[in-house]
Design a protein. Structure first.
Length: 314
């Protein structure tokens, strides 16, 4: 063990002198803003305290969620995903591990076939202790016969999730600049549901740079899910980091909530240094309000929390 050396007398002297100076200046009305060393100390403490599991307010929606969401759609499609293929018991343990570690933002979608598993995993957790996000797949597929609107879908989602309210409901996977016209009825019905309190915030997930640019300024949009990392198209982005970054900054300046996805490039960025570089790019450039990451194991949850928190405190 290292021997501890006491500096109490020196510390007491410095503290007494500092208190004397501060008191004297306060009497003269000089230290309303506090001394520089104190401001810097507070700023440093604030950085040290920032974490992936901080509860943050998502833009103008008023929704309070953790910076890190647990994504549930790894390799999702056709109402299944790698998360769904874990089976209900294993998935429930995984999501409860995230909840126990402080992650209270759950990102799902009809496409992933995961709603009933999410319901089971969250059974017993007070509804006001977590945020539910999901997405409407608007296209006819072998597995999907959309109503053309949103009421029928949201009613079903609420039953599947055992919730009266969907916190964030998106139109899934926008692929061109015409999506506001193409899915006007869905937008109108989501607005009605929002007015009735069945949905708290609406928006889109984007898989196209043009669609993302439209979402960044469209008045209907509250929330945008955007593919973002430090690599670009080789890692499942819709453009270069510079192109996408500029659009996301515009979106946030316009009051949109931006949730980053594909932070690790849909599995392309798996080396520790790659993951850290992507997180650093996303958070240091203030491109997002939150991120969703499809963690598959409890140790991945723990590792991601550590990585995100370390970047936030840097």
């Amino acid at each position: 063990m290292h021997e501890q050396v006491s500096h109490s007398s020196d510390t007491d002297h410095r503290y007494s002198r500092r208190r004397f100076i501060t008191t004297a200046l306060a009497g003269a009305g000089v230290v309303a803003a506090g001394p520089t060393w104190l401001s810097e100390s507070k700023a440093g403490a604030a950085r040290r305290k920032r974490a992936a599991t901080d509860i943050v307010t998502l833009g103008r929606t008023g929704i309070k969620a953790t910076r890190l969401a647990h994504g549930t759609g790894w390799n999702g499609g056709g109402r299944t995903s790698a998360h769904a293929r874990l089976g209900e018991k294993t998935f429930s343990k995984l999501l409860r591990h995230s909840i126990d570690r402080g992650i209270t933002f759950v990102d799902s979608a009809d496409l992933y076939g995961i709603h009933s598993y999410v319901r089971t995993a969250l059974d017993g957790v007070p509804r006001d202790k977590y945020i539910l996000g999901t997405k409407i797949w608007p296209r006819t597929e072998f597995w999907n016969s959309p109503s053309g609107g949103a009421k029928e879908e949201v009613d079903r989602y609420c039953k599947e999730l055992n919730s009266d309210v969907i916190d964030i409901c998106l139109i899934h996977c926008m692929q061109n600049t015409q999506w506001p016209q193409e899915f006007e009825r869905i937008r109108d019905e989501l607005d009605e549901l929002k007015e009735k309190g069945r949905v708290r915030a609406v928006g889109v997930s984007c898989h196209d740079l043009g669609a993302l640019k439209v979402a960044a300024s469209h008045p209907w949009v509250d929330v945008i899910y955007a593919r973002v990392n430090n690599v670009g198209k080789k890692a499942s982005m819709d453009g270069s980091p510079e192109e996408v970054g500029a659009v996301l900054k515009t979106a946030r300046a316009n009051g949109k909530v931006v949730v980053g996805m594909k932070i690790f490039g849909a599995g392309e960025l798996v080396k520790p240094e790659q993951m850290d570089a992507s997180l650093k790019h996303v958070f240091e450039n203030k491109l997002v309000d939150a991120v969703t990451i499809g963690m598959m194991k409890p140790d991945e949850v723990d590792d991601t929390i550590r990585r995100v928190s370390r970047v936030l405190r840097a």
